[in-house]
Design a protein around this ligand. Structure first.
Ligand code: ADP
Ligand code: MG
Length: 341
């Protein structure tokens, strides 16, 4: 299959929007930015074996490539509009592409997001998406706007994706996966395999199909001071808000929200490590003045997604995780960083 056949296949499935003056097929796309809106642009690359396990299903890769970018726009409080897709493929594999477009298209359709261009090359499997969104002038949620005394909140639950990854790695290379001392608590006894498998599948779904909190991000305009999406781990990402805002934060370890599956699969202290420093959550972390608590609870109820107060912004320059007795919790490592030893 030639490059142009692949592009035709991609074009046939792109979402149509009125504000795409010229989409896939020319040297550039022409897009109509509505008057009085600002453009928000985010880009993220997924490399095989780095950002997803090599045996990940093509549809899950397609979903995730878009989800991680939508999560960035969510954290800006922006409304997604258009995207471009840069694909590096080892070979022109029609079946792989169709699977990929299933997952990509499913999420694009949910958000009315038009694919307006891209690039297709031969090389190691790598997917790069650039997303364009719209925001009311001056209303984007930024990292540098936290204020001392703000509460710190997170959407959804934390640690499931990291738990799934840890379980995968333990199956292949047990030594790599030890985030901290205690092992997983999956029910391993004879007859309990199906329960263990069901648990693992729930965790795995959070790794493969993260749900970007786009609608919540939109409604946080005028309520949140600062926001970030959680890709590298809570403590690390909250650290970015603190550094940009010139402040510190305290997080209550016991307050971190956990799914039922994570509670069943991992006990503290390992569960706490997965929640506080595990990556790939794609939840929103934001700060807001305490008087906004009621409105945030309403947003959570309307969205059907828990939003949990996990700490506060304080003067200083570091993020402390506190145990119930007020002692500092020392993480085994901080969030995922590329290029570190
Ligand atoms: P050029 O050589 O001018 O860059 P290409 O041959 O790379 O053009 O691409 C032709 C058209 O197909 C362009 O409009 C480009 O944006 C689009 N395109 C190429 N690859 C992709 C892709 N993976 N997804 C979406 N559009 C693509
Ligand atoms: Mg090109």
């Amino acid at each position: 299959m030639a490059e142009f056949d692949l592009i035709d296949r991609i074009r046939a499935r792109a979402v149509v929007r009125d504000d795409v003056v010229l989409g896939i097929g020319d040297d550039g796309a022409v897009l109509q930015v509505p008057p009085g809106r600002q453009l928000v642009v985010a880009t993220d690359t997924l490399n095989s074996g780095v950002h997803f396990p090599v045996d990940t299903a093509p549809a899950d890769i397609g979903w995730k490539a878009l989800a991680v970018n939508l999560s960035d726009l969510a954290a800006m409080g922006a409304e997604p509009a258009w995207c471009t897709l840069s694909l590096s493929l080892p070979e022109p594999d029609e079946q792989w592409l169709d699977g990929f477009l299933d997952g990509f298209g499913e999420l694009a359709t949910l958000h009315g997001l038009a694919l307006v261009g891209g690039d297709t090359t031969r090389g190691p499997l790598s997917i790069s998406v650039t997303l364009h969104g719209l925001v009311e002038p001056g209303r984007a949620l930024r990292r540098d706007a936290a204020k001392a005394g703000d509460d710190v909140w997170v959407t959804g639950t934390l640690g499931d994706a990291a738990a799934a990854l840890a379980l995968l790695q333990e199956r292949h290379t047990p030594a790599l996966a030890m985030v901290c001392e205690a092992g997983p608590m999956l029910p391993a006894a004879a007859g309990q395999e199906s329960a263990a498998r069901a648990l693992h599948e729930q965790l795995q779904a959070r790794l493969d199909r993260p749900v970007p909190r786009v609608a919540i991000g939109r409604t946080l305009q005028g309520i949140a001071h600062a926001a970030i999406d959680l890709s590298d781990g809570l403590l690390s990402d909250l650290g970015h808000i603190c550094a940009a805002s010139g402040l510190g934060a305290e997080v209550d370890l016991d307050a971190l929200p956990a799914s039922a599956a994570l509670r069943d699969a991992f006990q503290p202290p390992r569960r706490h490590a997965l929640q506080a420093i595990g990556g790939d959550d794609y939840e929103l972390c934001f700060t807001a003045p305490p008087k906004m608590a009621g409105r945030i609870e309403t947003i959570a109820a309307d969205a059907g997604v828990p939003i949990t107060r996990i700490g506060r912004i304080v003067p200083g320059d570091r993020v402390r995780a506190l145990q119930p007795d007020g002692q500092d919790w020392v993480p085994p490592r901080t969030g995922y960083t590329h290029f570190q030893d």
